[in-house]
Every structure is written in C-alpha cells, then in structure tokens.
Design a protein around this ligand. Structure first.
Ligand code: SF4
Length: 457
C-alpha cells in the first residue's frame, strides 16, 4: 500500500529554492536533472507564487500525499533507507512535534480537519535564493560550480590530467519581484558564491524591504568573512525581523591561508570580530559560525573551536558558556558541516587518528570550563527549577556545546581510503604548482602523515 509518510515533504507546500532566477526547486537538494524528475527549469520565472501554484508543483504535492515517490527526491529517500535523518525528515519535523500524523487521511473515524488543513496548506513561507557562483575566494574544498575564482584553476587542473568540472561565471541574477510574494514569508536564505558581494544583492534586499514585509522576515546569509561589512549594508539588514549571519571559516592562521585560497587570516579574524560586535549592539542580528571539516583542518579541531570560544568571550565580555549560548534560540552559536565531495578531501582521510585523543582532552576541558562558567551569574538563570530539571538542563546544554566537536571526532575516525589519499596527493601537487603555494611549508604535518601512509601501502 502506498505510504505517504515516506513521500510527504512540507517543502512542496511552503518552500522555493531559486537558482539565479531560472531554476526553481522545492529545495537545494532536489535533483531536477534526474530522469523523470517532475520539476524542470522554467524559461522565465515571473513570481514565486506562480512557481508554487504551477502544474508541476501541484503534481509534486498530489503525489507526495498519495505516497508516490518523486524521482528528484532520491537523495532524501536513500539517506532515510540508510538510517540517516534526511532534509525531508527535518522539513517535516514540526509535524512530529505537534503529534500530527501524515496518515491522517487514512483514518476516517476521526475528525482530522485541522490536521489535514495544516498539512495541505500551500503558503510560501520559506525562500532560498542562490545568487550564482560570484565569489572572491577559491577555497580548496570548493570548485567553479560555486566560485568564479575557481574557473581558471579547474581548467588548468583538467588540462594537466586531473579531471574537474569547469564552469564559467553564472551570476546574471534575475529575482522575480512581486511584493505579494513576500506576504507570508518568514525566512529567506541567501547562499552563493559569496552572496553579499553579488552586485545585485543590495538591490534584492531593497526590493524585499520595499515589499513592506521585511518586519516579519528572518534572513539567513552565508559569508566567507573575507571583507568587513559597511554601515549601509548593516542599516538595511536591521530592517528585517531577524538576520542570521553564517560565517564560513574553516580554521585559523595557516589553515585558513592555505585552504581558503585568496583569503587572509588577519582580515578573516577582524571580520568575525566585527560581526560579533555588530551582534552585541544589535537586537536583531545574530552570528553563527559554520565551519566545514575536511582533511585540511582535521588536526586543528581544538584550536579552531578555542578561537571561536575565546573571540566570543572577549567581544561579549561574558563567561565561556554565556558567550556561545544563544538563550533566545536555546542553542549554541556554531554548527559543524563536513566535506562529502570531493571524497579525497574527506576529514576521514587525515591519517593520524591519534588526534582524536587531543579532541577527547579538549572535550574534558570544555566540561570544566562549562562548570566554572555555570557557577557565575548564568547559574542563577537556571535557578527556580527542581533538581531533576536542573540536571536535564545541564546535560542538554553541555551536550549541545560538545556535539559538534564529537561529530568532528567521529568523522576523523572514519577509515582512510588509499585511492582517495592518492588523489589528494595528486590534487595538492598540481594545485600548489598552479597557485604557487607549498603545503610542506603551510600544513607540514598533514603532508608528512599522508605520504607516510601512502609509502607504506
Ligand atoms: S523530499 Fe528531500 S529532496 Fe525532495 S523536496 Fe523534500 S527535502 Fe528536498
């Protein structure tokens, strides 16, 4: 029997992910190029509502309620089959919290009107805007699909026998502007490239402000922190209900300078500090650090987390725990991503697994710092609760702080794949030559340990 619990996705009902004004998908993971995918690129997008109510999207919604799998959503189905929480699971999570059941329509003995009303409700509340591959950096873990600065190097690597996809600039942004589109929107996420440096970023933000709906919209903007924000931009951002600035910073000093090509650690550090200062004096701008773990920073985990913890503490002039805990969201102000592809840059390919001991030591230090910090004024904030509630609260907060670091440890402990490590070596030798860099000088431990493993094999 068809099972809608396996196919229903809230994103078919409330979300549009727009790529450069031409390709509109139900989410960033949807595979419109997959055979038989329902959604195909539109020649021209006139409005977000037109997309959401188009025949293609109606078919998506109908099939998802009827338990018919959508070919473009294969990535989610595969993850779920492997016991991994998919984006679909996350999109639907709110219904689980409400104890609502997607099988509602199957049970005719109950009055499911409200439940079904909420499930079927088609209202644009969440937009993702991908502004193309305009970027000022060429990070090693990236490629020309996401950065214009990679095009030349991808072409050169390919011409020297190391196959890479080569993509030209795709930055001709066309966001359809229709004030009504923003009527119910709660969240807009900007991704790139480097979205805030896109020539049309400011005018896009101004269009949204001019729609009259900015005050109920939260923005989430990713940035590589390679430039310091100016007053004009901040003034615009302050007109939104909330803004979350997600900082993509993957390490300090040489780790940054080597792996995030064309960026300079002193500027990155100053920019991160500036954003935290803006956060401190603003009621609506929040900053989150979102590093990506790869082979480059795998042996620098404690050092990069310490950097973030200390920078927050210094700028905010509070204790360890208060500096990184966002009380309003009930969460920490960082999230760890990791490289899946290209596989040769996976963190598990860092061959010296003893670094996990340094991470364990660091996790113990965190418990001590957390306990010390809770004895300061923030401990009183937990007052008034029963002992058990206090204990649960303590564990929840401490685990939230430690989980991304534990995640880093488990990713590093994944086995090395010698074929991937060989590719890493080839990639590095060629890229260093092209970029006039030297991994032996900048990340000597990584180079030495990788070679040792390959020599043994
Ligand atoms: S099922 Fe997955 S791929 Fe499909 S729209 Fe939902 S989140 Fe995206």
């Amino acid at each position: 029997m068809a099972d809608p619990t396996k196919t229903y996705c809230k994103y078919f009902f409330n979300h549009v992910a727009l790529y450069n004004g031409r390709v509109a998908n139900p989410c960033c993971r949807y595979g419109w190029g997959v055979k038989d995918a329902t959604i195909k690129p539109m020649p021209k997008v006139n409005s977000f509502k037109e997309i959401l109510h188009s025949e293609q999207w109606q078919k998506l919604r109908h099939n998802s309620m009827a338990g018919i799998p959508e070919p473009g959503c294969k990535k989610c189905y595969v993850e779920e089959a492997n016991g991994i929480k998919s984006l679909r699971n996350m999109a639907n999570e709110m219904f689980r919290e409400d104890k609502m059941d997607i099988r509602a329509g199957m049970d005719s003995t109950r009055d499911w009107t409200n439940v079904l009303g909420k499930l079927y409700e088609t209202k644009l509340t969440y937009i993702e805007m991908n502004l193309g591959n305009h970027c000022n950096l060429a990070c090693n873990i990236c490629s020309s699909t996401l950065s214009t600065k990679w095009e030349k190097d991808d072409a050169e690597l390919t011409s020297r026998g190391f196959q890479r996809g080569v993509f030209g600039p795709d930055t001709k942004l066309e966001v359809p502007f229709n004030a009504e589109d923003y009527e119910h929107v709660e969240t807009i996420k900007f991704v790139g490239g480097e979205p805030m440096l896109h020539p049309k970023f400011m005018s896009t933000v101004e269009d949204i402000i001019n729609s009259g709906h900015a005050e109920h919209i939260r923005l989430q903007i990713f940035t590589n922190a390679s430039w310091v924000p100016k007053g004009k931009l901040i003034a615009r951002l302050k007109q939104f209900k909330k803004v979350r600035i997600s900082l993509s910073i993957d390490g300090t000093e040489q780790v940054n300078n080597y792996s995030r090509h064309l960026s300079d650690w002193s500027i990155v550090n100053a920019t991160a500090r500036k954003w935290l200062e803006i956060e401190k004096e603003s009621k609506t701008i929040q900053v989150k650090w979102e590093p990506t773990l790869s082979i480059y920073n795998a042996n620098h985990v404690p050092e990069m987390f310490k950097w973030w913890f200390d920078l927050n503490r210094i700028v905010k002039e509070v204790g360890f725990y208060e500096a990184i805990w966002n009380e309003e969201q009930g969460d920490i102000n960082y999230y760890l991503n990791n490289v899946h592809s290209p596989e040769y840059l996976r963190p598990g390919n860092y061959a010296d697994k003893t670094v996990s001991k340094d991470i364990d030591k660091f996790l113990d230090e965190i418990t001590i710092r957390f306990d010390e910090s809770l004895l300061s004024p923030s401990r009183r904030k937990l007052g008034g609760k029963t002992h058990d509630a206090l204990e649960d609260d303590y564990r929840f907060r401490l685990n939230s702080i430690k989980d991304p670091i534990k995640k880093a440890k488990s990713l590093i402990l994944e086995p090395v794949n010698n074929k991937e490590l060989t590719d890493f070596k080839k990639f590095t030798v060629l890229l260093d030559d092209i970029r006039k860099k030297d991994i032996k000088k900048d990340l000597p431990k990584l180079w030495e340990i990788s070679n040792k493993i390959l020599d043994k094999s």
